[in-house]
Design a protein around this ligand. Structure first.
Ligand code: MOS
Length: 753
């Protein structure tokens, strides 16, 4: 197609911006269907126990209570994307404090909440398995019948031991990272009702309406045509809604009662029962030659997935894939274990296993540089992968690789070039400043897993187009991106593009909204649909005018003929309607992928995102408090489709990364969640987020729509190590554990030698 890029790359205002900023946008938690039952889950409150009996009779007698459901009401009581190990309502035992045991459906929220404690569950407490290292031991109490090892892999290439003996420098450390709570403004929430076609309809915050529908149908034993899932605007997801939250519970209540239902988790409930980022222990031994060339990396990764596998097996894969950073390392040895505990449920969270291991390798890189007397940025540039190189698994890097350009842009940035001056500013004698850098990599797309998506396109009577996709708008801006892509692909104005998203009754399956790839996936499917649409329009025009099919040019919502005539799209629609030609096409895009590593799920990827972060920090020697004064984030974007959305994605990711690095610390003691609200679970506020400068590297991804690639997750990945490296630069202490709370920093400063 010979179309100009009139709209792609332009900083158009997001079409969902005004409604969101003004509060008019409707989210799941804003919906109050008439005559709805309010649903409350009775949660275990115990980290590990056997259920001896459940008595719902007292709860049922409570005023306003319509029904109480237990596992006996669920035909197939296990779900899960990779491992069907999670009960909809617990039957034999509970495995973490948030495990649901019963559902109370009442006329009002108050009545449901009052009746919930009246459900009597007789438990036999079991020893809580809370230490992932102990959980791996043979003598540990078992959380699942198959034991506590959810997944274990070892991948080796070359010979690390020989490299260690020959290397000029070897650095070895153990890193730990805490869990992280997604802390979305909108908690897990939704409603359900029976729609006009008799379908059980669930409207809920989510990332994958079709997959959620599968889980509902599977657990409740319903045929697909009886269930509909709609995802309206989502008030934040970040991976935390990439699986079932309220959906099955709501569907069950409407199925059983025939009435609409509503369920909205409180913040406490969200902190307890919602999924979290995997806490990790990463042991890493890295070797380099005197000139800074990386020789070997040996890594042991332990991820605590908590009570259920959820997306953990794939998260572990991504950790394995990224533990060598964006570097060429000939000899590697990776041992990785995903272990069950009674701590929580860990699953997807922006970065999906990468932030934990990148914290380790990027801290290693700075230590290697220091030991060798090399510049931290130069040692990275010396080792980065380039397009056509071979990746960790000897997989050819066929996608665009922009890490060199990301690092080069930081090398030329004044904050790096003149970092001595920036460091020299000292307001008080107890304040020290430092500048740190870190690089990042993460695959986008589902890697080696099969993945295809469909986007539908319709020409409307007014000459505009309707785009239908099941991508969910989780804040990332997919509505606007699809609009701008469609306007260019179809040569019309963005105002003429209508986008309908995420309704299994109205939109085709565009797969899940995760892995930073909806723009790539739905954008490519849209491109295919647009090609079909233009072809269809040419057919109709050729028939109507007698001109050859290839003679028409499209621009500004018109088809231009050889004779210089301009036919508006609305007229083409009339021709189609008169001729009985369907005005609807679908584009299906199959994401290219590689051969999986035997025994793995996602890895390797064919497509990777790259990024690099520069951080200027200020450390208070008296309190150990670290403030981030400035961040520069360079992101390999392929091609930016909408500038503000791109910048917003990266700024949000950096803010979330600052929280992860410095303050976010879910406290789980003996399996009990202690940080129940934002009063104790601290996330960055406007005062903690500094000036963030976002640099786009736009090299173009050949396979991407208009050259675009994924950007959703990469911005968070190297924030924590950049801050840790800046902390070292400031005060000479090496932090091996995040979050880098004032207590930990103060202790390190106090004991530094
Ligand atoms: Mo994500 S963490 O791939 O939603």
């Amino acid at each position: 197609m010979t179309l100009e890029y009139r709209w792609v790359g332009k900083p158009l205002a997001r079409r969902d911006a005004y409604e969101k900023a003004s509060g008019a946008a409707v989210y799941s938690s804003d919906l109050f269907p008439e005559n709805a039952l309010y649903v409350v889950a009775v949660r275990s409150g115990l980290p590990h126990a056997r259920i001896k009996s459940i008595d719902v009779s007292e709860a049922l007698k409570h005023h306003g209570v319509v029904a109480v459901y237990t596992h006996r009401d669920i035909p197939n009581n296990r779900y899960g994307v990779f491992v069907k190990d999670r009960p909809v309502l617990c039957d034999d035992r509970v495995r973490y404090v948030g495990d649901p045991v019963a559902l109370v459906a009442a006329e009002t929220r108050e009545e449901a909440e009052e009746a919930a404690p009246l459900v009597r569950v007789d438990y036999e407490p079991l020893p809580a398995v809370t230490d992932p290292l102990k959980a791996m031991g043979e003598d540990s109490p078992r959380i699942h019948e198959g034991g506590n090892i959810c997944r274990r892999t070892r991948i080796t290439y070359g010979d690390v031991e020989t490299s260690f003996s020959k290397a000029d420098v070897v650095v070895e450390n153990t890193y730990t990272t805490a869990a992280q709570i997604h802390a979305y403004l909108e908690t897990e929430a939704g409603i359900s009702y029976i729609d006009e076609r008799g379908r059980i309809t669930v409207v809920a915050g989510g990332q994958s309406p079709y997959r959620d529908r599968e889980e509902i149908c599977h657990t409740l034993g319903l045929p697909r045509e009886k269930v509909r899932v709609i995802t309206p605007h989502v008030g934040g997801a970040f991976g935390g809604k990439d699986e079932i939250t309220v959906q099955i519970h709501l569907a069950l209540v409407t199925l059983k009662t025939g009435r609409p239902a509503r369920m909205v988790w409180s913040r406490e409930e969200s902190n307890i029962a919602g999924v979290k980022r995997h806490p990790s222990i990463v042991r890493m031994k890295t070797a380099a030659s005197a000139d800074g060339v990386l020789l070997a990396n040996q890594t042991e990764i332990i991820f605590d997935t908590g009570a259920y596998a959820s997306l953990g097996p794939a998260v572990l894969d991504v950790a394995i894939e990224n533990c060598n950073g964006p570097y060429r390392i000939p000899n590697i040895d990776i041992k990785a274990t995903l272990v069950y505990t009674n701590n929580m449920v860990a699953s997807a969270f922006r970065g999906f296993g990468s932030p934990q291991v990148i914290f380790a390798i990027e801290s290693q890189m700075d230590q290697l540089a220091e030991r060798l007397g090399l510049d931290p940025l130069e040692i990275r540039l010396k080792n980065v992968v380039r397009k056509g190189d071979y990746g960790v698994f000897r997989n050819k890097l066929e996608g665009s690789v922009g890490i060199d350009k990301c690092l080069e842009s930081l090398r030329n940035h004044p904050l790096w070039r003149r970092r001595g001056e920036y460091k020299g500013v000292q307001n008080h004698e107890w304040i020290r400043r430092g500048v740190g850098v870190a690089a990042a990599v993460k695959g986008y797309t589902l890697g080696a897993l099969p993945d295809r998506g469909s986007v539908a396109l319709e020409l409307n009577a007014d000459g505009g187009f309707t785009v239908r996709a099941s991508s969910t708008e989780i804040g990332q801006g997919i509505i606007q991106s699809l609009t701008q892509l469609a306007a260019d692909l179809l040569a019309c104005s963005p105002e003429k593009v209508r986008v309908i998203l995420a309704d299994t009754g109205e939109t085709p399956d565009t797969s899940v909204t995760s892995a930073s790839r909806q723009l790539f996936l739905s954008g490519n499917a849209l491109r295919i649909a647009a090609e079909k649409m233009l072809d269809l329009m040419r057919d109709v025009l050729a028939k109507a005018t007698g001109d050859p099919k290839t003679s028409f040019r499209f621009s500004d919502g018109h088809a231009h003929t050889m004779k210089g005539e301009a036919i508006p799209y609305s007229a083409i629609h009339s021709m189609m309607a008169e001729g009985g030609v369907a005005t609807y096409v679908e584009g299906v895009y199959e994401v290219p992928r590689t051969t999986p590593i035997p025994g793995s799920l996602e890895i390797p990827h064919l497509f990777y995102m790259y990024g690099a972060t520069l951080a200027l920090v200020e450390v208070n020697l008296l309190t150990g408090f670290v403030s981030v004064l400035r961040v520069v984030s360079a992101v390999d974007a392929g091609r930016v489709v909408n500038r503000q959305t791109f910048t917003g994605q990266v700024e949000g990711a950096v803010a979330q990364g600052i929280g992860y690095a410095l303050m976010e610390n879910p406290v789980i003691e003996n399996g009990m969640m202690r940080t129940l609200n934002f009063s104790t679970y601290l996330i960055p506020s406007i005062k903690d987020v500094p000036e963030i400068e976002v640099v786009a590297v736009e090299d173009g991804e050949e396979s991407g729509p208009f050259g675009a690639k994924g950007v959703g997750e990469i911005g968070i990945v190297s924030v924590a190590p950049a801050i840790a490296n800046a902390l070292y630069d400031a005060v000479g202490v090496r932090m091996l554990s995040i979050p880098m709370t004032p207590e930990k920093v103060y202790w390190l400063i106090k004991h530094r030698r």
